[in-house]
Design a protein around this ligand. Structure first.
Ligand code: CO
Length: 460
């Protein structure tokens, strides 16, 4: 029997995040949800990552309501979200009571698969979210944040995969957020993990460097079970490679691909129009669509590249782009070679920009980098450069053990504080994650409801 390859569609989350800074509102993709549902995907990645933040910050949407509406229109396809371990959907560590309730509510609102990663691959930061996912009855996808450095190798990754299995992972995801994994590396790594554990393996990469099609092909030859792709108008560049192209090529090579071509054609037609709107208003920038081989040196993931660009654009310093990009791997080395993924990608990126614009390294340091040097993000792959750590921390000593163990529970206090403004536990969770944004959203919602009431009285 032919080897079967399954697909995760990323247009609603990662493609959206990588190409247009997650600005896709619900109404723009809603007409296609039923078609995606019928297309035969293993899963649709549709929530988590930056979607939650952007819903509240820019789109005036309740992220929970978005999830429920997607679920309603997609009863047959597994919904997948990306969760940043102990960071959940934010940029720093949360107490365990928040992590547990968030995972429970995500599953209650319709989530099937929670892909859980940690920016440092510190499994202590994955444990609570993994256990909560299993307890809620969803699929815990234990994730490796893939990177290369003098301290990263297959033996480390295989050890991590075994730990993830013990924590309850039912699938393993190799997350190559920067698109730097080459075909041979994919073949070797998938083979090594297949030998170590008997779990389905999903490979996630980006087209940034142009390697992705070859990388997926060799991963499939090594027996990878699932690959992540984006419907063609939202594929390529900093996004994933095209769904239709991989389906076509893999079928030609004799693999079994259970995707419905009519659905894919309908999706491509529709999303072409959506893409053109974002190109026209400047949200989708040509730089994110291009193949950028510099990433093989700089290891800058898709989302980070477009963030770096908009950061420099805001400061009127787009001409310093190449310098900031070149400073990035130096900051990464100083910080003990963290994989570059949210939030470390932002932290390292912002620091690189500061170092370049200040004309002096570590003259200004974000509170996140300071917390990182204090050990609040977990164990770094290699030690942080001791001199730079000293320069940043002064006489302060880094903490030992798991940072979340030092945090007080937050859910009860937030519930009390919000009172009637929060209508549900979901509201409380939004508030803890993004207090200012959530409060603003709740106030706007309340005002809107009061208006509606007044209006209906007038009508009557
Ligand atoms: Co990604």
């Amino acid at each position: 029997m032919a080897q079967k390859v399954q697909f995760v569609e990323t247009v609603l989350r990662d493609a959206n995040q990588s190409l247009i800074a997650t600005r896709l509102p619900f109404e723009k993709f809603a007409p296609m949800l039923e078609t995606i549902d019928k297309a035969g995907y293993y899963a649709a990645e549709c929530w988590g990552g930056a979607t939650f933040d952007v819903c509240l910050r820019y789109l005036n949407e309740d992220p929970w309501e978005r999830l429920r509406k997607i679920r309603e229109k997609m009863p047959n396809t597994k919904l997948q979200m990306l969760l940043r371990g102990q960071n959940v959907l934010g940029y720093s560590h949360y107490p365990d009571d928040f992590v547990k309730l968030f995972v429970q509510k995500a599953v209650e609102n319709g989530m099937d698969i929670i892909r859980i990663f940690d920016a440092l691959n510190d499994v202590n930061n994955l444990k609570v979210a993994m256990e909560a996912t299993v307890k809620a009855g969803a699929i815990a996808s234990g994730t490796i944040s893939y990177t290369t450095s003098p301290v990263h190798n297959h033996a480390n990754y295989v050890k991590m995969v075994k730990e993830l299995k013990e924590m309850g992972a039912s699938t393993i995801c190799i997350k190559d957020m920067a698109g730097i994994m080459g075909p041979q590396e994919a073949y070797d790594m998938v083979s090594a993990i297949k030998d170590a554990v008997d779990l389905p393996i999903d490979l996630h990469t980006h087209s940034t460097t142009g390697l992705a099609f070859m990388t997926y092909l060799k991963a499939v030859e090594a027996g990878v079970d699932i690959i992540d792709t984006a419907i063609s108008p939202f594929s390529g560049g900093t996004s994933q490679p095209a769904t239709e192209t991989l389906a076509y090529a893999l079928r030609q090579l004799g693999y079994q691909v259970d995707l419905n071509d009519d659905c894919l054609v309908a999706m491509a037609d529709y999303f072409k129009g959506v893409r053109d709107e974002f190109v026209a208003d400047g949200t989708m920038m040509p730089k994110s669509m291009a193949t950028d081989t510099q990433c093989l040196t700089y290891q800058v993931p898709g989302g980070m590249l477009s963030n770096l660009l908009s950061q420099l654009k805001q400061m009127n310093a787009l001409d310093r782009f190449d310098e900031a990009l070149a400073e990035t791997p130096k900051v990464r080395k100083d910080m003990g070679y963290p994989p570059l993924v949210t939030p470390t990608s932002q932290m390292v990126g912002v620091q690189a920009v500061r170092n370049v614009l200040d004309g002096q390294r570590y003259k200004t340091v974000s509170k996140e980098i300071k917390a990182y040097c204090r050990g609040e993000y977990g164990r770094t792959p290699a030690p942080i450069d001791p001199e730079i750590q000293k320069q940043i921390l002064g006489d302060e000593k880094p903490i030992e053990g798991r940072y979340a163990d030092t945090l007080q529970p937050v859910v009860e206090d937030a519930r009390k504080k919000l009172g009637e403004l929060a209508k549900s536990d979901e509201d409380v969770l939004s508030y803890i994650a993004f207090p200012n944004l959530a409060e603003k959203y709740f106030e706007a919602r309340k005002a809107k409801e009061e208006n509606v009431v007044t209006y209906s009285i007038v009508e009557a």
